[in-house]
Structure formats: C-alpha cells, structure tokens
Design a protein around this ligand. Structure first.
Ligand code: CS2
Ligand code: MG
Length: 402
C-alpha cells in the first residue's frame, strides 16, 4: 500500500478546524485532526511545507516507523505545532489501517474494556446561583459528571464562563482579547461555590473544576485542601506545570485528585508527575500529544503508577479527535473520564460523526476506522477566520497565565 497524496482541509463552521486527509493507492483515505486553537495556520504550514512532501510514497501500514520519522526526524522535536502535525498524520494512518481491515479502530487497540465512555459536561454561570442552576440542568440531561466554573465577584473575566448564551468558545476574532484576573478573590469564592453545589446536589454527582493554570503551588495547595470536603472528581491544571516538581507541594497538602496535561505534547512533559504519583489523571489528548501511537505508550506508562486518562475534549478539538479518543477510551484499562463539550450543530454539517450521548456516557458505533468523515463541499462553505485565545493580566497589569 502506498500514500499517493495528502491535503489539509481548513474550515470554520462556528470555529476553525484543521483536518489532514491522507490518500492511498488502494482508494482508502484516512483523517487526522490537526486543530490547534489560535495556531491553526502554523500547523497547516508545518504539514504542507514539511510533512506531506515526505509522506508521499510511504507505506501507511508502517505507522510506528512513520511516527519516528516525523518525531526523531524533525530534529527540532516536540512543542504544540510539531506534535499536532505528528498526531494528525498518526491518526490518519490508524484510520487507514482500521478501514483496510474493515474494523472499528478500538479493535486494533486491544478491543473493548467497556461498552460506553463516561463523560463530563461544562457548566458555568456569571455568579454562584446561575452556576448552580446550570449545573442542575446538565444533571437533569443525564450527565453524571460536570465541570463547574463561575464568574467571580469583582473579577471582570473569570476563565470558562460563557460571555453570551452561546456555548463557551474562548478564541475570539483577531488578536488576543485582554482579560483581567484576581487570584485572591478566586480563592475565596471557589470553596464556597462547591460547598453550595454539594449542599444542592448531594455527593453522587462527580464535580470537577479547572483552575486553568492560575495558582502558585502554595495557592493551589490551599485551594485543593479547602476543596477536600467537596470531594471533587478532580482539580484540573492547578498550576502551570512547566515545573513538574511544583506539584509535590500540592500533593503533600491535599487528597483532592489532580488532573493535568491538556497543553502537554509528549510523555516527557510529565514523567516526574507520573513516577512520583503527583497526579491522578493525565489530560494530554490524541490531537496534541503525538496521536494514538504515542498515547498508547503514555497511557501504559501511566497505568503502572495508578494514573488514569482524562482526555481533553473541548470544542476546539474536532469530531475526528473526539471519535479517535472514544476508541482509545473504550480500549485502555486505565481510562478515567472523557471531557465532552458538545460542538455547535453547524459542525455536524461538515463532519459526519459516529458517536452519541446517552445518560452520562458516549457510545460509538462499529463503523470501520475512526468512523468520522468530512464533507469537503460543506467545509469549503466556512472559510478560515483568524482567531486568538485571550491573554490575561492581573489587575495591576502584570501579564499572567490565561
Ligand atoms: C479547557 C479548554 O476544556 C478545558 O479543560 O482548559 O477549554 C481550553 O481552555 C481550550 O481548549 C483552549 O483552546
Ligand atoms: Mg482545562
């Protein structure tokens, strides 16, 4: 089998998505998600200028070799742009292999360890009461796990709160919108919010919260400790984890489970976090973490240290990634939970999806391959529109983590 051509499809049905399509001489093609929110065109160029010319003529069956060709062969290894391109190629090759064998992808990953995938939804509100009310609506819709974010009194832009009735989409048109942040007001408010959520909904529902990289290790330790009575399913990205050992400070003060890694790109970003059991869930998704080939290794490594998967699954990861993630989630033993932000309906005009939600779980069908397709005609109706993630400053103007 030979790769005869490949192209990058950029479309913007409500938000930008980048999809790699790899063609073979046996009429089978594979898809890979190459979306990197706010950096889409960088990945397009890396794929078109540096990867696709070298991909043509290779045997798509040789997934492991091709992965190392684009990893070791890159020389300037790792990083979000490089690894998103590698991930897209890898996803497309696994798609081709499963289609060629006429089997759903999960069968190539060890088969099913479960028949459904536990997911969590996103609830947010401008203030506590609206947040509690919206959390209740998701519980009524059947979700068993809800990530809860809230506006913070006195903080103009808290992370994760929808600015208008639309579903939450952080990237805004043009250059970054400047948000303001105040950690101490946040630290005072969040324990109170989760106390109210537990008092309202009881202990059954899994509650999650995303700090979104905004605490120092000691602030995060305080928050994790104060949240212990609320028994969170996880506290996400408590600190910006360039310094892996900073998680030791949090771990020594609290039993609140920690999830981290949606901005990681290879297992090397979290070897200390895993071997010292400083985290409970790893979030690095297929689309940014080296695809199925690398995540199989990373998940196996994590499994020996009691660390489970909790893939990133925001709306800025495409349905191709979501479906590939569901195959992976069905198969690996140390699956934890899958993030599931529902894409706008217009996205399903461009992507034909093979998964559905039912009573807190996602189910995927037995379509061969990853099982998602893209309608290129419809995709062309939605041209790329440059958008950027916000930046965040403290109230005195100091640049901070968004
Ligand atoms: C968030 C993301 O879903 C999450 O946990 O951290 O929504 C993140 O803000 C976006 O993916 C950034 O593009
Ligand atoms: Mg997050």
């Amino acid at each position: 089998m030979k790769i005869t051509d490949a192209k990058v499809i950029v479309t913007c049905p409500g938000r930008n998505f980048v999809t790699l399509k790899v063609y073979t001489n046996e009429g089978i093609y594979g898809l890979g998600d190459a979306t990197l929110n706010g950096r889409e065109k960088s990945v397009v160029s890396y794929l078109e200028d540096h990867c696709i010319p070298a991909l043509i003529g290779k045997d798509p069956d040789n997934i492991e070799d091709i992965w190392h060709y684009f990893y070791k062969g890159a020389y300037w290894k790792r990083g979000p742009v490089t690894m998103t391109a590698v991930s897209a190629i890898d996803m497309a090759l696994w798609d081709i292999k499963a289609k060629k064998l006429n089997t759903p992808l999960f069968n190539l990953l060890g088969g099913k360890s479960r028949d459904r995938v536990l997911v969590y939804a996103h609830a947010s509100g401008k203030e506590m009461n609206e947040t509690v009310e919206r959390t209740g609506k998701l519980i009524d819709e059947g979700y068993q796990a809800v990530r809860v974010q809230s506006g913070i009194p006195g903080v103009s832009h808290a992370y994760g709160v929808t600015r208008e009735e639309k579903r939450y989409e952080p990237a805004g048109k043009g250059i970054p919108f400047e948000e303001q942040w105040n950690t101490s007001r946040y630290l005072q408010y969040i324990p109170e919010l989760f106390e109210k959520l537990r008092a309202t909904f009881g202990n059954e529902i899994h509650l999650l919260h995303d700090v979104h990289h905004r605490c120092s290790p000691m602030e995060a330790a305080r928050l994790a400790k104060e949240l212990e009575p609320s028994h969170l399913f996880w506290l996400e990205d408590p600190v910006s984890a360039e310094l892996q050992e900073s998680l030791r400070l949090i771990r020594m003060h609290s039993t609140t489970p920690i999830a981290i890694g949606e901005v990681f790109n290879t297992v090397y970003d979290f070897t200390t976090l895993v071997t010292e059991q400083l985290i409970d869930y790893i979030r690095m998704p297929l689309v940014h973490g080296g695809g199925i080939t690398h995540l199989l290794k990373a998940a196996a490594f994590a499994s020996f240290y009691h660390v489970r998967t909790g893939f990133h699954g925001a709306t800025d990861l495409s349905p191709v990634n979501m479906a590939a993630a569901l195959h992976f989630d069905l198969a690996v033993n140390n699956f934890g939970i899958q993030e599931y932000m529902v894409h706008e309906n217009v996205v399903n005009e461009v992507f034909r999806i093979n998964y559905h939600f039912e009573k807190g779980y996602l189910y995927i069908d037995n379509t061969p391959g990853i099982g998602v397709d893209i309608d290129e005609g419809k995709a062309a109706k939605y041209p790329y529109s440059m958008a950027s993630l916000p930046v965040s400053r403290k109230e005195d103007g100091t640049m901070f983590y968004w």
